[in-house]
Design a binder for this molecule. Structure first.
Ligand SMILES: [Cu+2]
Length: 290
């Protein structure tokens, strides 16, 4: 029968298992507050990361609240209307309840509407382009590395096509330098197939298409080195398509540009290096300039 003491004895170990799992998995309050997105306690990585994190945590808190209500209703029905002893007649199998059915339609539309409004607001802010970015970087994705053209400085850097990611040597990863607290415009192009430019710590990625230029802007706000990768499966060595992003002071940035110039890496690694069967005609590609 319904013995409250026995019920408690089952609830307590379950709660202990949940708490124990949370502790063992090493999740701190700070990580939970960020919804387990990458991030740092000592500052936001870009001008957009706080917005993205808030949208993410807001979404899952809302989803969890809806989930709790739904699970609660399910459990309530299962418990209250369960089959009892000597209860061997099926309940009515079909019933109409128009107000309830209207609710089934209206409530989900409202919930999706709320998510839509916040998402549209944030996508708008994140993809906004300003007239005069401080730094313009042209990025070429290629099987399987990256070329970076620092367009304002007329220098370039290039990653070696990685072909032995399983080998003992670590791939020769290019490092993209960005000055902290300055607005950077990325112009993304591909030399061959579809890639995706992803710096996980920026909480943003954008696909890279052959024959098209995709543009976004961001202001890195925290000095540090971040991992970057290709996020679109692009062939055999896709996993080796890695790079680093170094967000540094203006002085360090200038010094790095100077070093590239001294190494003779002046000019631009342009569309002439695209793979032949894709478009080599620069004029057909919109430049992204306003
Ligand atoms: Cu790729």
């Amino acid at each position: 029968m319904d013995n409250p003491r026995r019920r408690r004895s089952r609830v307590l170990p379950a709660a202990a298992v949940v708490a124990g799992t949370a502790l063992l998995s090493g999740c701190s309050a700070e990580q939970v507050g960020r919804g387990f997105l990458p991030g740092y306690a000592d500052g936001e990585v870009t001008n957009m990361t706080e917005r993205v994190t808030t949208l993410w945590t807001g979404s899952w808190v809302a989803a969890l609240a809806v989930g709790l209500v739904v699970w609660g209703l399910v459990l309530w029905c299962v418990t209250v209307y369960r089959k009892r002893k000597d209860d061997d007649v099926l309940p009515v199998q079909l019933r109409y309840h128009v107000p309830l059915e209207v609710m089934y339609i209206v409530l989900p539309i409202l919930m999706i509407g709320v998510m839509f409004i916040y998402t549209a607001r944030d996508i708008d802010a994140i993809s906004a382009l300003e007239e005069d970015p401080d730094v313009v970087i042209e990025v070429y994705g290629k099987q399987w590395s990256w070329d970076f053209n620092y367009l304002d400085e007329d220098v370039w850097d290039s990653g070696v096509h990685v072909e032995d990611i399983g080998g003992a040597e670590t791939p020769d990863m290019p490092t993209l330098y960005l000055p902290v607290d300055e607005r950077v415009e990325f112009r993304l192009r591909s030399r061959d197939v579809i890639h995706s430019f992803w710096v996980p710590a920026f909480l943003y990625k954008l696909d890279v298409f052959p024959g098209q230029e995709n543009v976004f802007q961001v202001v890195p706000t925290r000095e540090g080195t971040y991992a970057g990768k290709c996020a679109e499966f692009c062939g055999e060595y896709h996993a080796g398509m890695l790079f680093n992003v170094a967000v540094v002071s203006r002085e360090e940035y200038d010094a790095h540009i100077e070093a590239l110039r001294e190494a003779g890496q002046t000019g631009r690694l342009g569309p002439e290096l695209d793979r032949e069967h894709t478009t080599g005609d620069d004029s057909s590609i919109p430049t992204g300039e306003a």
